[in-house]
Design a protein around this ligand. Structure first.
Ligand SMILES: [Zn+2]
Length: 151
């Protein structure tokens, strides 16, 4: 946004969701009414009033959240951005519970896809069974390697 304004491109500098602040990444993801409502629900332990730095906010998230919650936070950020774009481009407003539900559903689908992907790459691997299985290489398959070292 700032780059467009510096180049004299005519853009509306106000947040397109709430029209209460400049549309910066900190505003959209932390300070906008939509974001604040999301974080009050899924991240009440990281309430930062008037966030001025996304990095500072993210450091606080890292400090208090485990990896599972961090993944949820990132996905909600994506969902907030998507809602903002739907409003700007399609004039469609999304309710707060839908923003969060969409993020959680997306994260669940992503995790399932990752699990399916890992299972399809290693067909004899059974996750969590504690065993490692050796599988004979294919008969028409030869493994070769080379070294870049000079002798
Ligand atoms: Zn806003």
């Amino acid at each position: 946004m700032n780059m467009l304004l510096q180049k004299n491109v005519s853009v509306d500098p106000l947040c397109q969701v709430c029209r209460m602040g400049a549309e910066t990444v900190e505003h959209i993801l932390c300070n906008c009414a939509l974001a604040v409502q999301c974080w009050q629900i899924i991240l009440p332990q990281v309430l930062i009033n008037n966030c001025t730095s996304l990095v500072q906010w993210w450091e606080k998230v890292l400090e208090v959240c485990d990896n599972e919650k961090r993944a949820e936070v990132v996905t909600v950020c994506w969902s907030i951005w998507k809602v903002r774009n739907e409003l700007v481009w399609n004039k469609k407003y999304t309710r707060i519970n839908v923003v969060i539900a969409r993020a959680k559903q997306y994260l669940l689908q992503w995790k399932l896809a990752q699990k399916q992907k890992s299972q399809s790459q290693y067909p004899y691997f059974v996750e969590g069974d504690g065993k490692e299985l050796w599988v004979a290489p294919q008969t028409d398959y030869m493994k070769a390697s080379s070294s870049q070292k000079e002798l």
